[in-house]
Structure formats: C-alpha cells, structure tokens
Design a protein around this ligand. Structure first.
Ligand code: MG
Length: 281
C-alpha cells in the first residue's frame, strides 16, 4: 500500500465528521469513522457499510468511540464529561467501547480509537490506577479481535501519555496523534511531542489550530489546515523522520456549515497532496 493515503474523518449518524455521501464526492482512499449510535452498532449495519465502502474503494482505518453526554463546550466541561474518566459512566462506556470494537471488527477495521478523557496528572491519585485498569481491560477485548486501541492526543502532555501507556502495559495500546489538540488544550508544542511519543503513533489527524492566550485554561482556536500554529510542512517532515507511513486523516469539524466544511477539506487535500509529493518525492 502507498505511504500516507489521505483520508477524512466521517460520520454515519453520530459525531461531527463529514456526512456519508460526502465521502464519495471527496474521492479519498481512506476514512476514519465516528461510531454510529448504539442502536446501529450491529453486525448487519457494519456489513452493509463495509459493502458501501468497498464499492467506493474506501478503507476504514479506525473507528472512533463517542458517547451520549460528552461535551467539548470548554475545558472544565471536557474534564467532567469526556471518555472513560467520569466515574459514573465508566463501566457503561467500557461496555459500549467493547461493542464499538466488535462493530469495527465486522467492518474489517483493526483499530479502535477514543478520547480517554482527562487522566489525573498525579499518578498516585486512586482514579489513575482505575483508569489504567479499565484501559487494559478494553485493550484485552480489542486483542481478542486482533485490534489496536488508539488514544487520541490532546488532554495529556507527551510525557504523561508515555507514563500512562507504560502503566497500562499492553502491546496493542497506541496513539492517534492530533497536533492541533496539543495546541488547543495547551498541553505542549506538537512537533516536539510527536518526537517524544513517536514509537507509539499508529494513526494521526491533520488538523490545525492557534494557541489560546491562556493555554490549558481556555481553548485555542481550530482553523483551516495550514493556517494555524502547527506548521504542516514540519509536521509531515517529522512524520517522515519517525517512519510513519499510515493515513493522513483530515479532521475538520464544523457540521454547522457543511459547505465551508467541504471547501476547507478540499483545501486541506490540496495542501497535503502537494506536501506529500514534495517530502516523499
Ligand atoms: Mg483529533
């Protein structure tokens, strides 16, 4: 397979990716898919979607879990609502993630991904050990399907992620690296972070953003690819340096404006196509 097939983050019914019918119009070889609503995570739906993707010559490279009740409204809300971190929903969401992994497996996809949420930064916090345990449990379920679990970056520093991955101690635990999230959440300079976590990176997002004037307290701003503080050329050069050959998945979540979303994704495809040619030759 060629290096760096371009892709886009897509949705069937849930999540903020491009709509299903836009996939064909974009003509890209890969997608990452936001998991559908729970009522549609059955085998028949997965097999039907796989048939449609095969007909479009599109490969699904990761399925992202997402849950009812999650909100990215602001950073404190993220802490309270996202992923497997909130205690009240942890077990039910773990069960959902198992279902999502099975759904991905029926779709022929060997990677499941998620925002785990804000892991306590102090590893002696009792919640830390519990989140480690629940992540290990999910990894073990994925392993029965021959799958990897990819953690979306953003809420932890690179060093924090390394420590967490070591604590979980599962070979199939990997990273979906999102450079813009490092900036939006104020968790670190993305190119340096990428070098630190390099050996764990198995998928990536191509997304751009600008720093907040109060990093870590308020959001930075998500902007069209190439217009933010990531430095896309440097990002791709660094991916090349670390030997990453997987898909370049564009993530641009402005579902309130599908026309602009499509235009901006078009611009991102042009930029990535040009940089890929210049860097890979
Ligand atoms: Mg992302």
């Amino acid at each position: 397979m060629e290096s760096w097939p371009i892709g886009v983050f897509a949705s069937v019914d849930a999540g903020l990716g491009v709509k299903w019918d836009v996939i064909k119009e974009l003509g890209l070889p890969t997608i990452q898919l936001h998991a559908p609503h729970p009522s549609k995570r059955d085998r028949a739906t997965a097999e039907e979607l796989k048939k449609q993707l095969d007909a479009m010559n599109v490969r699904c490279t990761a399925v992202f879990g997402g849950f009812e009740g999650e909100s990215y409204a602001d950073i404190p809300t993220v802490v309270k609502t996202i992923g497997l971190v909130p205690v009240e929903t942890r077990q039910s969401r773990l069960a959902e993630m198992r279902d999502i992994a099975d759904f991905a497996n029926w779709l022929g996809c060997d990677a499941v991904a998620l925002h785990l949420g804000f892991i306590p930064h102090d590893s002696s916090d009792p919640q830390y050990a519990e989140i480690v345990a629940v992540t290990a449990e999910l990894c073990d379920h994925c392993a029965t399907n021959g799958q990897f679990l990819h953690l979306e970056t953003g809420q932890e520093t690179a060093e924090g992620l390394l420590e967490f991955i070591a604590a979980v101690g599962r070979e199939n635990l990997k990273i979906n690296f999102d450079p813009a999230n490092m900036i939006l959440y104020g968790t670190g300079e993305p190119i340096e972070a990428l070098k630190v976590v390099a050996k764990h990176v198995r998928s990536i997002h191509c997304k751009d953003g600008t720093w907040s004037d109060k990093p870590g307290e308020t959001w930075g701003c998500e902007v069209p690819l190439g217009e933010g503080d990531v430095d896309m050329r440097k990002y791709l050069e660094t991916l090349h340096e670390i030997g990453y050959q997987g898909p370049l998945t564009i993530e641009r979540e402005i579902p309130e404006d599908p026309v602009r979303q499509k235009q901006e994704i078009g611009g991102a495809i042009e930029l990535l196509t040009r940089l890929r040619r210049e860097i890979l030759g």
